[in-house]
Design a protein around this ligand. Sequence first.
Ligand SMILES: Nc1ncnc2c1ncn2[C@@H]1O[C@H](COP(=O)(O)OP(=O)(O)O)[C@@H](O)[C@H]1O
Ligand SMILES: [Mg+2]
Length: 233
Amino acid sequence: MSGGMVKQTIQIYARVKPLGRRQQAGIYSVGEDEKSASNLEILVPRDLAEGFVNNKRESYRFKFQKIFDQEAKQEAVFESIAKPVAECALAGYNGTIFAYGQTGSGKTFTITGGAERYSDRGIIPRTLSYIFQQLEKDSSNVYTTHVSYLEIYNECGYDLLDPRHEASRLEDLPKVTIMEDPDQNIHLKNLSLLQASNEEEALNLLFLGDTNRMIAEVRIKLTGINFTLDHLS
Ligand SMILES: Nc1ncnc2c1ncn2[C@@H]1O[C@H](COP(=O)(O)OP(=O)(O)O)[C@@H](O)[C@H]1O
Ligand SMILES: [Mg+2]
């Protein structure tokens, strides 16, 4: 975090992924403590590998702003996590949402969404839709909206919307470098910024970036979106 005005500190949420077909259930519980913070307690049976019966369990407890359990809907995740960030962005504060977790833990599902159902749309399409809805309501200002799509992999940034490239491998995409100016503003050099005037155009860019990402076929450790709006009165 750096530069500019800060409206809020970092908020950390947990989402528990529903079990896959051949996955074994983990042991965990969700609770609230005295200060009504959410706790996620994970129990890791000890010595299972050794094969002897042992009632001792190891417990790990983590605190989060809120915990989304297995049955949590995409809509609820959007409402609690993304909508406040979008509202801050509309009020002039930069906002970042990112998902962190091992491969297969549900980052893409949460951030982008699932392909099967419309209701599985994730944070990005819902937020794009919300932002354009809000902008349409405001007839007293003129807004320009741009989209860029950056992938960070192994400490390098890659431009997923590079117009000159039909990406075959991630390494073939232009590398994006992160630079900080004396005022501590972050600049992403080499990152395309494409105008998207409405939800459809923005979604098309999202699909283009996703396609480049899938073609490049990598295991992604970090997926995110950054919202910056230019206000023109
Ligand atoms: N909350 C969820 N509900 C239903 N399916 C999910 C959920 N989270 C993840 N999945 C499914 O689990 C698989 C792995 O999730 P994915 O988002 O691709 O993980 P990651 O991006 O962290 O590697 C995908 O098939 C995805 O659709
Ligand atoms: Mg993923």
